[in-house]
Design a protein around this ligand. Structure first.
Ligand SMILES: [Zn+2]
Length: 182
C-alpha cells in the first residue's frame, strides 16, 4: 500500500502548484491545465517528496503530542512573538491563534501574525520555528535568499524541523486535530 495520497485540486490559480501536507501531495491546477502534465514535468521533485513523506510517516509513529492548554499555548506564542520581534527589530500588530487550513502560520501586510491553533500540540522548538518564520516575513515578504539566510542562521537544522512538522501534521490529522482539507 502506498503511504502517499494524491489530491488533484482545481482552483483559480495562475500557475499550477504542488504542495505537500503530511502524507498528501496536492496538485493544484487551474481548470485548463492537465494535472498529469504537471506531475510529469515535476517527476524528480515528486520522487524526492515521496521519499520525504515516507520518512515523515515513519517519524509520526514515534512522536508524541505535547499536552498543553489553549491558554498556555497562546501565552507561549505571545512571548515568543515578542522575543523575535525585538530580535529582528520589527513591529507586530495583532497576534491571532486560530484553526486554519493548510498552514502553520501566516503574516499580513499590516503586521498581523496568525498561528494555527493545531500547533498547540507541538514541542516548543517547533512552535518557535513557526513563529520565527512569520516574524521573518516582516523583514522579507518573499521566501527569497535573504529570507532563507535569516531562517538558516537561526535554525540550521531547518530540514529536520520541516520533517518533524510534516510528521506532526500526519499525527494531528489522524487524531482529527487539524482542519487540513484543501
Ligand atoms: Zn512563509
Amino acid at each position: 500500500m502506498s503511504v502517499v495520497t494524491y489530491r488533484i485540486i482545481r482552483r483559480r490559480v495562475k500557475y499550477p502548484r504542488l504542495e505537500v501536507w503530511g502524507n498528501e501531495i496536492w496538485i493544484i491546477v487551474p481548470s485548463n491545465v492537465d494535472p498529469w502534465r504537471v506531475v510529469r514535468e515535476n517527476k524528480r521533485w515528486l520522487i524526492r517528496q515521496i521519499e520525504i513523506v515516507r520518512r515523515a510517516v515513519e517519524l509520526s509513529e514515534r512522536i508524541e503530542l505535547v499536552p498543553r492548554t489553549r491558554r498556555k499555548f497562546r501565552s507561549l506564542v505571545e512571548r515568543v512573538v515578542r522575543e523575535y520581534a525585538k530580535e529582528l527589530g520589527v513591529e507586530v500588530n495583532k497576534i491571532f491563534v486560530r484553526r486554519v487550513k493548510s498552514a502553520w502560520g501566516s503574516c499580513s501586510g499590516r503586521g498581523n501574525i496568525t498561528i494555527n491553533a493545531a500547533a498547540q500540540w507541538l514541542p516548543e522548538r517547533l512552535v518557535r520555528y513557526i513563529v520565527y518564520h512569520e516574524i521573518c516575513h516582516l523583514r522579507r515578504w518573499r521566501h527569497d535568499r535573504e529570507f532563507e539566510r535569516l531562517m538558516g542562521e537561526k535554525f540550521p537544522d531547518h530540514e529536520d524541523l520541516d520533517l518533524q512538522l510534516q510528521a506532526y501534521w500526519i499525527k494531528l490529522k489522524e487524531q482529527n486535530k487539524t482542519c487540513g482539507g484543501p
